[in-house]
Design a protein around this ligand. Structure first.
Ligand code: ZN
Length: 247
C-alpha cells in the first residue's frame, strides 16, 4: 500500500490544501495522519472537514487534539498554546469536537511493516529530538518503520546492526529513503501547518511500504493568508508571525 502521510496540520487550511494539490494522486492509495489536526491555526473546522473528506485509513490523536477537544487540561501548554486551545474548543463544531475526541491514541499498526504515533511509541506527549530520545524509542517499536510527528522537524533515525544514525533532511533536496531489510527506522515527515526547521514550506511524506520507499517533500503555500487568518481570529500574533520564518 502507498500512503500520503500528514502530521501537525494545526488548523492551517492553506498549508493542507497546498499539500493535497501537490501530492500526486497516482503516488498514494490512502492517507495517514499523525495527529495535531488543530491548535495554533485559524481554521480548525475546515481542516477537520478536509481530513474527514479524505477518508483516511488512520488518523491518530495529537496532544493538541486532546486538549482542544476538551479531553484534557492544557497544563503542559505555554500561554500561547493554551490560548489557542481555548479558542479552538470554542470554535469547533460539536461534530468536529466529537470526531477529535474519538481519535485513537498511537502507536497504531498500519499493514505489516509500519506503525504510527504522535510523539513517540512510548508516549504521545514525548518529543523525539535526538539520538538519546531515539534510542529509547527503538526499544519499543514493534515494526520496521515507525512514523512520528510532534516536533515539527523532518527527521530520519535509523538503527541497523546495533548502530544508530540520524539525519535531518536538507529541505532543498527531495529526500528518498530506501528501507533496508533488518533495519529499524523512526521517521518524522515534518509539519504540514507549522514547520519549525527554518523552512516555511509545508512538509509531508509519501510512503510505499511494499516497495520500501519513503519520500520527504516540501511545498510552498499561502503563508500570508494563513497568518492573516490567525490575526483576524484574535489568536496570539506570534502564532501568525512564526509561520513566515518556519520556527
Ligand atoms: Zn504539533
Amino acid at each position: 500500500m502507498r500512503y500520503l502521510v500528514l502530521s501537525d496540520v494545526h488548523a492551517n487550511i492553506q498549508a493542507l490544501d497546498a499539500v493535497l494539490a501537490a501530492a500526486p494522486a497516482d503516488r498514494f492509495d490512502r492517507v495517514l495522519v499523525l495527529g495535531d489536526l488543530v491548535g495554533y491555526g485559524a481554521d480548525p473546522n475546515a481542516v477537520v472537514d478536509r481530513v474527514r473528506a479524505l477518508d483516511p485509513l488512520l488518523v491518530i490523536r495529537g496532544n493538541h487534539d486532546r486538549v482542544a477537544s476538551g479531553l484534557d487540561d492544557p497544563l503542559q501548554f505555554n500561554a500561547m498554546a493554551r490560548q489557542a486551545a481555548a479558542w479552538t474548543l470554542s470554535t469547533l463544531t460539536p461534530a468536529n469536537r466529537d470526531y477529535l475526541r474519538a481519535l485513537p491514541v498511537g502507536p497504531q499498526p498500519v499493514g505489516g511493516r509500519l506503525e504510527v504515533c504522535h510523539g513517540s511509541p512510548v508516549d504521545e506527549d514525548e518529543y523525539l529530538f535526538d539520538a538519546t530520545d531515539a534510542a529509547g524509542a527503538f526499544e519499543r517499536v514493534q515494526h520496521p518503520v515507525c512514523l512520528f510527528g510532534h516536533t515539527h522537524l523532518p527527521m530520519v533515525f535509523m538503527r541497523a546492526r546495533r548502530r544508530q544514525s540520524a539525519a535531518a533532511p536538507d529541505p532543498d533536496v527531495a529526500v528518498s529513503i530506501v528501507i533496508e531489510p533488518d533495519a529499524l527506522y523512526l521517521i518524522n515527515p515534518g509539519s504540514v501547518g507549522q514547520p519549525r526547521d527554518g523552512d516555511a514550506r509545508a512538509a509531508f511524506a509519501l510512503v510505499d511500504d511494499e516497495a520500501g520507499e519513503v519520500e520527504l517533500r516540501r511545498v510552498p503555500y499561502a503563508v500570508e493568508a494563513a497568518s492573516r487568518a490567525i490575526l483576524a481570529a484574535g489568536l496570539p500574533p506570534a502564532l501568525a508571525h512564526r509561520l513566515a520564518v518556519g520556527r
